[in-house]
Write a protein that binds this ligand. Structure first.
Ligand code: UTP
Length: 297
């Protein structure tokens, strides 16, 4: 299977309950790691991977996401008029614009689950496999995780590719876990996936994280998928149903992943990037969080 991956779906319609009250008025996907919102890291990753169409599955109460994602010419003009041309240029560089980018916003009126959110994008995807990025899983490269997945997708001979990482046995209950059949470098061959298994029942420690490249048949599976755990339409259930027909492979990305859907993950990501920023690193050193040679104390 060597079809090109042209579409990326960003499901951003969730309630973000684990981050309340921060997410009462601010979408989780706009929470910043230092000065950059989570959604921006995911967009940058998709662009690096050569994605042509970006589809955001959002909710009417989360319009701030669209305001962040799309270009704001008026704000740039104001910044330029105040002599802040560099900042204006920086904003233009990261923003998506209707004239230059292929961007679609669709609404998921009710948060019926990740699988349902992906299904909402169905009528807007370009032909071929689709990429899905969960912005609260921040994966710092280089190389970008999606870019690595897209370039290895063709040689994987599998329709469904999921990003994976090795987790401690005690953590398998937090993830979808692959039933591994063979390992071939970064490619982890699998014949199934178990959702959140207890350690003694886990088929491996190869846990699925928020990057997927999925065969287009995923939409057929999702359309007929019954609600699973939590009464939600689960993406992993639909992937599992297609495994025999299209094949499944895990991909061990090279970057470092942070679960920014949790406070601890968000703090870890912030410290990681702060240590790479001269001004912040000075503060971390003075607080004793970072040793003078920039290694975590
Ligand atoms: P999460 O389960 O991490 O997000 O879904 P959540 O449901 O918003 O957060 P908690 O668990 O209540 O704290 C991963 C991604 O899928 C999106 C979320 O917005 C997030 O980016 N999602 C989830 C949807 O778009 N729709 C849904 O119905 C559920």
């Amino acid at each position: 299977m060597s079809e090109q991956v042209k579409t990326a779906i960003f499901p951003v319609a969730g309630l973000g309950t684990r981050f309340l009250p921060a997410t009462k008025a601010t979408p989780k996907e706009l929470l910043p790691v230092l000065d950059t919102p989570l959604i921006q890291y995911a967009i940058d990753e998709a662009r690096e991977a050569g994605i042509e169409r970006l589809i955001f599955v959002s909710h009417p109460s989360k319009q701030a996401i669209e305001r962040h994602v799309m270009d704001d010419a008026r704000l740039r003009a104001t910044l330029s008029a105040r002599g802040k041309e560099d900042l204006a240029a920086e904003l233009e560089e990261i923003a998506l614009s209707p004239a230059e980018d292929d961007v679609v916003f669709v609404m998921q009126e009710k948060p019926l689950g990740l699988g349902h959110a992906v299904l909402c994008a169905r009528d807007h995807v370009l032909p071929g496999p689709v990429a899905i990025l969960l912005p609260d899983d921040l994966i710092l490269g280089p190389p970008g995780a999606l870019s690595e997945m897209v370039s290895n997708y063709g040689r994987s001979d599998a329709g469904h590719m999921v990003a994976t990482m090795e987790v401690p046995a005690a953590d398998t209950r937090k993830y979808g876990v692959l039933s591994v059949t063979a390992r071939d470098g970064q490619l982890i061959r699998a014949d199934g996936m178990v959702e959140k298994p207890e350690p003694e029942k886990a088929p491996s420690r190869e846990a699925v994280v928020g990057r997927y490249v999925l065969d287009a048949s995923i939409f057929e599976e999702l359309a007929t998928q019954k609600p699973g755990a939590g009464g939600e339409i689960q993406l992993t259930d639909a992937i599992t149903r297609g495994v025999e027909r299209v094949g499944l492979v895990g991909f061990r990305y090279s970057g470092k992943r942070f679960d920014c859907g949790t406070k601890v993950g968000m703090l870890a990501a912030t410290l990681e990037l702060a240590a790479q920023d001269a001004e912040c690193a000075d503060l971390l050193q003075s607080l004793g969080v970072l040793a003078p040679d920039n290694q975590a104390a």
